[in-house]
Design a binder for this molecule. Structure first.
Ligand SMILES: NC(=O)c1ccc[n+]([C@@H]2O[C@H](COP(=O)([O-])OP(=O)(O)OC[C@H]3O[C@@H](n4cnc5c(N)ncnc54)[C@H](O)[C@@H]3O)[C@@H](O)[C@H]2O)c1
Length: 189
């Protein structure tokens, strides 16, 4: 049986472990070629050995625009195109009172969870406009209902959802779908 992603080429970030690694394995089992990226190089290289030639691991800090350029360039050079981007990389934070959150902590979460989504969408859009494609931003349930004592995390996940909507409205004309996904650790109470 044909896989659902036969012939497609995907970039998946934050994929050396966790959900990103799971997305990568599933994409490959559905027939895609995947460039999966992370700052965790040892874990990434190890996973690459398991996954074989339909995968390519790259060291990639999603807060770096020059890293993004390299990843897109290498993806096109290796697999010929970029059909799918999964902006999955993200960091969680411990619960903290609003008054205890430092500016540095706030900016770190915004940078990794929010700015990365902007950089990633911008990095792939030029080539996707030629062929169409799909961008999937992994937000959170926190991006819909908020998370108590996680102000920066909540802000970043609302922003990811908001950017998804704006980009979907703009890029639909180019046959690029843009969607967000909102996982939850446990059902909301
Ligand atoms: N696991 C959950 O229950 C849950 C719930 C809601 C949302 N999410 C979201 O799903 C995504 C994946 O979460 P996960 O649970 O698999 O987390 P995880 O920590 O297992 O994986 C996230 C990956 O992102 C990588 N990463 C962190 N900073 C990075 C950076 N600057 N550049 C590149 N990579 C970076 C980490 O090294 C890690 O491998 C995140 O965006 C997270 O916010 C997860």
């Amino acid at each position: 049986m044909m896989g659902r992603l036969e012939g497609k080429v995907a970039i998946i970030t934050g994929a050396a472990r966790g959900m990103g690694a799971a997305h990568t394995k599933r994409f490959i089992s559905e027939g895609a070629s995947v460039v999966f990226t992370d700052i965790l190089v040892d874990e990434g290289k190890q996973l690459q050995q398991e996954l074989g030639e339909k995968s390519l691991f790259m060291k990639h800090d999603v807060t770096s625009t020059s890293d993004w350029k390299e990843v897109v360039k290498e993806t096109v050079a290796t697999f010929g195109n970029v059909d799918i981007l999964v902006n999955n990389a993200g960091i969680d934070v411990p619960e903290q009172d609003l008054l205890d959150v430092s500016e540095e902590q706030y900016l770190k979460v915004i940078s990794v969870n929010q700015h990365s989504v902007f950089y990633g969408m911008q990095a792939v859009t030029e080539s996707m406009k030629q062929t169409g494609g799909s961008i999937i931003n992994i937000s959170s349930l926190a991006g819909i209902i908020g998370a108590n004592k996680k102000l920066a995390y909540t802000a970043s996940k609302f922003a990811s959802r908001g950017m998804t909507k704006a980009a979907a409205l703009e890029l639909g004309a180019f046959n690029i779908r843009v969607n967000s996904v909102h996982p939850a650790l446990s059902p909301p109470t």
